[in-house]
Design a protein around this ligand. Structure first.
Ligand SMILES: *Cc1c(COP(=O)(O)O)cnc(C)c1O
Length: 345
C-alpha cells in the first residue's frame, strides 16, 4: 500500500501551485469593493477576453456566481428551467427559492443533455395562471451526469429556443474548460451561445478560491450589486485573483492530461469483476463506477488503502482526476480496487 493519499474525491482538493504562491506575494492590491484592486481588475478583464464577453465579475464561489446570474435575470415568481439534476438546484442549498425566488422546472436529461423539444415544451409565456419562463440554465460539463459535455449542436439548439421564446440562457460552466478541451474548441465558441456564464477557478484549474461570471456590461453592473447584497464584496481580493490569473494562463492547457488519466483509470476498472464503467461516457476528468456492493462499503475500504473517492448514490462511486493526480496514483488506485475485489472472492 502506498502511503501517499490518492485523493480522487474532487478537483477542488488541490493546493495552490508554486507559481500561485509566487503570484500572491507580488500581486498589486487595492480595495476591490471601492473598485481599485488592480489584480482583480486584470483577472476580470482577462476572463471577459477569454470568453469573448463585455465584462466579468470575480465572485467567492461558483454557487454565488450562479445564483447572482439567476437573480439578475429573473423576477421573483418567474420560472427557471434546469436539467433535473443540475448543480444549481441539487447542490446549492435551495438558493433559487431563497435568493432569486423563482419556480424551478426541470427536464430529465440523458447524460446531462436535455432534449430540445422537451425543453421548449416547458417554456411558458406567462399568463394570469402560469409563471413566465425567464431563463434556461444548462450545465457544462454536467456534474451529476459524470462530467458529461453538451455537444455544440445541442447548445446551438438551446440558443435558438431561447431566442425564439425571448428567454435568457445561462451556463453553469464550473468546468467549462474541461468541456472546451474535450470538444477541442475555443471556450469562446461555447460562451458565445450563452447570455451569461459562471466558471470556477478553484475546480480543475487549481486556484484555492473563486469563480468568475461573464456577460454584457449592463448585466455585470447589476451582478456587482447582487454580489455586495449577498456579502460577496471582498477587499484585497487581488491575493486570490492572482491565483486565478495563474489558473487561466498556466492551468488550462494541461486539462487533457487529467482527461487521459481518467480514461486510463476507467478502462482499467472496467475490466475488474463487480465494477461497471460506461466507457462511452468517458469524456472528461470524471470516472463513474457502478459497484455491486454498497458505495459506502467501497469508500471505507478504499480509504484504508489511502484512496479517497466519493459516493454519488448507493451503488455509484465518483472519482475525479486533477493536477495533483499522477500516473502512479492511477496505478495505485487500480491496485487498491483489485486488492479489495480479491479479498471478496
Ligand atoms: C462545483 C460546482 C459549482 C460551484 O460550486 P462552489 O463550491 O460553490 O464553488 C457549480 N456548478 C457545478 C456544476 C459544480 O460542479
Amino acid at each position: 500500500m502506498s502511503t501517499r493519499i490518492v485523493d480522487l474525491r474532487s478537483d477542488t482538493v488541490t493546493r495552490p501551485t508554486p507559481a500561485m504562491y509566487v503570484a500572491m506575494q507580488s500581486a498589486p492590491l487595492g480595495d476591490d469593493v471601492l473598485g481599485d484592486d488592480p489584480t482583480v481588475i486584470e483577472l476580470e478583464a482577462e476572463s471577459a477576453r477569454i470568453m469573448g464577453k463585455e465584462a466579468a465579475l470575480f465572485v467567492p464561489s461558483g454557487s454565488m456566481g450562479n445564483q447572482i446570474c439567476l437573480a439578475v435575470q429573473t423576477q421573483p415568481g418567474e420560472a427557471a428551467l434546469f436539467e433535473d439534476e443540475a448543480h444549481m438546484i441539487y447542490y446549492e442549498a435551495g438558493a433559487p427559492a431563497v435568493i432569486a425566488q423563482v419556480i424551478c422546472r426541470t427536464v430529465i436529461g440523458k447524460n446531462g443533455v436535455m432534449d430540445p423539444n422537451k425543453l421548449e415544451q416547458k417554456i411558458s409565456k406567462g399568463s394570469v395562471h402560469t409563471p413566465r419562463t425567464a431563463i434556461i440554465c444548462v450545465e457544462n460539463t454536467h456534474n451529476r451526469a459524470g462530467g458529461a459535455v453538451i455537444p455544440m449542436d445541442m447548445l446551438r439548439a438551446y440558443r435558438h429556443i431561447a431566442d425564439r421564446n425571448e428567454v435568457k440562457l445561462h451556463m453553469d460552466g464550473a468546468r467549462v474548460f474541461n468541456a472546451s478541451a474535450a470538444l477541442g474548441i475555443d471556450v469562446k465558441e461555447i460562451a458565445d451561445q450563452c447570455d451569461t456564464m459562471s466558471f470556477c477557478l478553484s475546480k480543475a484549474l487549481g486556484s484555492p478560491v473563486g469563480s468568475v461570471i461573464v456577460g454584457n456590461q449592463e448585466f455585470i453592473t447589476k451582478a456587482r450589486l447582487w454580489r455586495k447584497r449577498l456579502g460577496g464584496g471582498m477587499r484585497q481580493s487581488g491575493i486570490l485573483a492572482a491565483c486565478g490569473l495563474v489558473s487561466l494562463r498556466q492551468m488550462r492547457e494541461r486539462l487533457p492530461e487529467d482527461h487521459m488519466r481518467a480514461t486510463k483509470l476507467a478502462i482499467m476498472l472496467s475490466e475488474l469483476p463487480g465494477l461497471r464503467v460506461d466507457l462511452e461516457q468517458q469524456h472528461t476528468n470524471f470516472v463513474m463506477v457502478e459497484v455491486e456492493k454498497p458505495a459506502d462499503f467501497w469508500i471505507e475500504k478504499l480509504a484504508k488503502e489511502n484512496v479517497l473517492a466519493m459516493a454519488f448514490n448507493s451503488n455509484l462511486l465518483r472519482l475525479i482526476t486533477h493536477y495533483d493526480i499522477y500516473d502512479e496514483d492511477i496505478e495505485n488506485a487500480f491496485i487498491s480496487f483489485n486488492k479489495i475485489i480479491q479479498r471478496l472472492v
